[in-house]
Design a protein around this ligand. Structure first.
Ligand code: ADP
Length: 400
């Protein structure tokens, strides 16, 4: 069965087609500027020379999906002769609240439940739902599956997800920790068990997803027991432009001092903070490292604060797990920056966490980077959320 994976944002959309008989990636692409001037689709067929690019008006997500279907069925750069060859579509959906703890076949009831979650993810769930509606309109007979960022973390115990605020806000509004990046944390932790030749449900694993957004998860016997992102993706680690943890009293203090409009502090904490806010240089770690190496003190400070927060969480999660078998690094920074992995793992030997510099000199490929015989395995595992979405979709649709 061939599966189309769709990850729909408000003005962009990523897609892949995978052949699930051998989990082979056939093509991938990106649509940008949906509903704006300059809408463009960039499509890449695996094994073919170059990329196909088409700039053409796309006023909504249905137009965009229409161009995706044209691209994947095209006689030249396509990967199927007709849409009948696509057995199912897997959709990435950000927020399922407490409604779903695993991926599900999309039905009208599921869509209604996701619509109820819009309050919890006002920026993400609406475009995810638009993507589902557009696919349903263009492929009315194709089965579709929703795979949620929050689902993996639904196993957290209440002491991990309840905030110490009046309990009625949890009951009335669902204010609690949900956690995100669940598909990535699940994929890399399962892969870690496979790479180590150990049983997934007998391991204590800490997964560090360090990309533009960043989160860290404690996984015990195959279940997420705590994660750093919270009610929204703002909590936890320092990120490119997000603050992560801070004293909540800072919000009202800044609103008063700066005369911020409603939502102004939220905007600052999401878009102008993190390593960008501290350094004033960039949210991209390559720029920061270059600036820090060139003597920029605030860029160096931003990196120091970033590393400090990751260490803080690793320590906390070792305590919560009562030990750790493996620490995994993934996503843009975790996969590509040996410097960052080394900085994080320096002076962690009390916990048994060490890196072998020679093994750590690797980018973007699976590797065990701790010394042979180390108490804790440190691993680099490139994440693959699309493959996880395709696997769940294939499994659910095959079982129908
Ligand atoms: P997203 O959360 O948008 O999916 P990614 O996982 O692609 O993000 O991570 C993007 C980030 O990874 C960039 O902002 C950049 O800081 C970092 N990154 C990518 N490559 C490198 C590298 N070679 N060295 C340091 N940082 C890198």
């Amino acid at each position: 069965m061939k599966v189309l994976v769709i990850n729909c944002g408000s003005s962009s959309l990523k897609y892949q087609v995978l052949d699930m008989t051998n989990e082979e990636l056939l093509c991938k692409g990106l649509v940008e500027r949906i509903g704006m001037d300059g809408s463009v689709i960039t499509h890449e067929k695996v094994g073919a020379e170059g990329k196909f690019k088409l700039e053409t008006p796309m006023s909504n997500h249905k137009d965009a999906i229409g161009h995706v279907l044209n691209a994947i069925t095209d006689a030249g750069h396509g990967v199927v002769t007709s849409m009948d060859e696509i057995g199912a579509v897997g959709h990435r959906v950000v927020h399922a609240g407490e409604k779903f703890a695993s991926s599900v076949l999309i039905t009208d009831e599921v869509k209604a439940a996701l619509t109820e979650c819009i309050d919890l993810a006002p920026l993400h769930n609406p475009p995810n739902l638009l993507g589902i509606d557009a696919c349903e309109a263009l492929m009315p007979d194709t089965k579709m599956v929703a795979v949620f960022d929050t689902a993996f973390h639904q196993t957290m115990p209440s002491e991990s997800y309840i905030y110490a605020i009046p309990y009625e806000y949890y009951e009335k509004y669902g204010v609690r920790r949900y956690g995100f990046h669940g598909t990535s944390h699940r994929y890399v932790s399962e892969r870690a068990a496979e790479m180590l030749g150990k049983k997934y449900d007998e391991l204590k694993i800490i997964t560090c997803h360090l990309g533009n957004g960043a989160s860290i998860t404690a996984i015990k016997n195959g279940k997420s027991i705590d994660t750093s992102m919270g009610f929204t993706p703002l909590e936890g680690l320092v990120m490119g432009t997000r603050s992560g943890d801070l004293d909540p009293a800072i919000v009202s203090f800044l609103e008063e001092k700066e005369g911020l409009p409603q939502g102004g502090a939220n905007n600052i904490l999401n878009k102008k903070s993190g390593v960008l806010g501290i350094s004033g240089v960039s949210s991209d770690f390559r720029d920061l490292m270059e600036a820090a190496n060139g003597g920029n003190k605030r860029a160096k400070l931003a990196l120091d604060v970033y590393v400090h927060r990751v260490k803080h969480y690793i320590g906390a999660y070792v305590a919560e797990l009562n030990g750790v078998d493996a620490v995994v690094f993934t996503a843009g920074l975790g996969e590509n920056s040996k410097e960052m992995r080394e900085l994080i793992c320096t002076d962690m030997d009390y916990l048994g966490i060490k890196i072998d510099p020679a093994k750590n000199a690797v980018r973007g490929k699976e590797a065990v980077i701790s010394p042979d015989g180390a108490a804790v395995n440190v691993l680099l595992i490139p994440t693959n959320e699309e493959l996880t979405i395709a696997r769940d979709t294939f499994e659910i649709v095959s079982a129908l």
